[in-house]
Design a protein around this ligand. Structure first.
Ligand code: SAM
Ligand code: DTB
Ligand code: SF4
Length: 315
């Protein structure tokens, strides 16, 4: 655990000092030239009853999103196999649910988990709130990780979501831990929060013991129709400060440069990798919004002399 003042002191270091420290921590724990490729699959899209102000999938906002019923298991497994062929080692299935219910749809998710695990990929799911029994069933099916973000600081959270409490997020994360699943928990930068809110968001993560094994740092993707549609992007150097600070606070966790990469330059992404980000979402789509796509990402890694983690370097 760290105090907000301690975290702020790291965050506000002179930029070269901050990056040097982050890169030093990074290479002491990870191979700094390798990036993990994860692929997302939206297994149930849209019509979510929650009102998260950033989210195109909330039924409360008119974003023009095509609502889709639960995907067929076969289609999901075909998607996972295709992602694996392109170098992805982790497959994350997301559903626009408020919470998991013990119904046919959850049975279908368990079947998807068994299938993707059978392909030899790391399986991650993000399904909203759940209890320990449901988390245990996921674990028994071969799921490795559950993604459930705290998204921001507790006080800022109240201004972006009214349909659930910050404590509900913590309760689900606790259930995930009790079931022995790994925790993937991060947040979004660029929702109009102050630097102080960002510090408190990171501080909440430092209170988790053990720390989340993976921490996605998303840049808001502003989607027309959502209340946050018109927010300006966070200055790139401020965003890199968040990546570097997260790396220093969580040396052994994966830091994932998550949503928002289509609007980032190659230089900005290169800085994020130098500052300790070591995982990205690949493919043309995140859940519902565009993502750079395999060709651009492979091109970027090539230009940087970096490689995809877990994939042999071509001769
Ligand atoms: N419904 C589940 C939940 O809320 O946990 C799982 C899916 S939800 C889409 C997963 C995460 O996506 C959110 O916690 C948020 O961090 C991220 N997200 C959603 N919309 C986003 C946006 N427009 N920009 C950046 N991240 C976003
Ligand atoms: C996370 O932190 N980011 C991913 C994943 N976890 C599930 C989702 C990003 C979604 C971006 C908006 C969209 O594509 O709908
Ligand atoms: Fe629903 Fe998750 Fe989107 Fe919130 S973030 S509206 S819970 S899909």
């Amino acid at each position: 655990m760290k105090t907000p003042a301690e975290i702020r002191a790291i965050h506000d270091l002179p930029f070269p000092e901050l990056l040097f420290r982050a890169a030093t921590v990074h290479r002491a724990h990870w191979e700094p030239t390798a990036i993990q490729f994860c692929t997302l699959d939206s297994i149930k899209t849209g019509a979510c009853p929650e009102d998260c102000a950033y989210c195109p999938q909330s039924a409360k906002y008119n974003t023009g999103l095509k609502v889709e019923p639960m995907k067929e298991v076969g289609a999901v497994l075909a998607g996972a196999a295709a992602a694996k062929a392109l170098g992805s080692t982790r497959y994350c299935m997301g559903a626009a649910w408020r919470e998991v219910k013990d119904d046919r749809n959850f049975e279908a998710v368990l079947e998807m988990v068994r299938g993707v695990a059978g392909l030899g990929m790391e399986v991650c799911v993000t399904l909203g709130m759940l209890d320990v029994d449901q988390a245990l069933r996921l674990k028994q099916a071969g799921c490795k990780v559950y993604n459930h973000n705290i998204d921001s600081s507790p006080d800022f959270y109240e201004t972006i979501i009214s349909t659930r409490r910050f404590e509900d997020r913590l309760r689900t994360i606790d259930a995930v831990r009790r079931a022995g699943l790994e925790v993937c928990c991060g947040g979004i930068v660029g929702m109009g929060e102050s630097v102080e809110h960002r510090i408190h968001f990171l501080q909440e993560l430092t209170e988790m013991d053990p720390a989340p094994e993976s921490i996605p740092i998303n840049h808001l993707v502003p989607v027309p129709g959502t209340p946050l549609a018109d927010l300006p992007p966070v200055p790139p150097l401020e965003f890199i400060r968040m990546i570097a600070t997260a790396r220093i606070l969580f040396p052994a966790s994966r830091i994932r440069l998550s949503a928002g990469r289509t609007a980032m330059s190659d230089e900005m992404q290169a800085l994020a990798f130098f500052a300790g980000a070591n995982s990205i979402f690949t493919g043309d789509r995140l859940l519902t919004t565009p993502n750079p796509g395999e060709d651009r990402d492979l091109g970027l890694l090539k230009a940087l002399g970096m490689r995809v983690e877990g994939v042999p370097v071509p001769a």
